[in-house]
Design a protein around this ligand. Structure first.
Ligand SMILES: [Cu+2]
Length: 147
């Protein structure tokens, strides 16, 4: 059956009104949603602004932070290093005499480091870590680990 031609004007008006109401309701809903987003979406976006900063703060110690101590001329250079927890210290024997890195508390022992040998240790706990060369006990060094 072919579509009946639209009835005269009166019929159209009757049909338009609900559509207009629906359109208005939709517009109001969109405006309300926009307001809601502006107010609550905005405030909930702020924590997500904060979290990248928090992540950034967390990642800065995480990527391996290294500090170097060279062993030259029967000295640990620098003799004292202050690092943040999570830092790895790398000792390198740049001399031609074997040396060691021995924590005074006995917790860490590098073994003999010959020329060019390296020893690394990651410090996770804040504190003061004195060490010496077992072969030359007059060689002292200290690692200070801050939180
Ligand atoms: Cu030594």
């Amino acid at each position: 059956m072919p579509p009946t031609p639209a009835p005269p004007n009166t019929g159209r008006r009757v049909r338009r009104t609900p559509m207009l109401v629906a359109a208005l309701t939709g517009t109001v809903a969109v405006v309300l949603a926009a307001f809601w987003l502006a107010r609550y979406g905005g405030s909930s976006a702020q924590p997500s602004y904060g979290s990248p900063a928090a992540v950034h703060g967390r990642t800065s110690p995480a990527p391996h932070v290294m500090a170097d101590v060279n062993i030259v001329n029967f000295r640990f250079t620098p003799a004292e290093v202050t690092v943040k927890a999570g830092t790895t210290i790398r000792w390198t024997n740049k001399g031609y005499v074997p040396h060691t890195v021995n924590f005074t508390d006995g917790a860490v022992n590098s073994g003999v480091l010959n020329n060019g040998n390296q020893f690394t240790h990651t410090f996770t706990t804040p504190g003061t870590y004195p060490y010496l060369c077992h072969i030359h006990p007059f060689m002292h060094g200290t690692v200070v680990v801050t939180p």
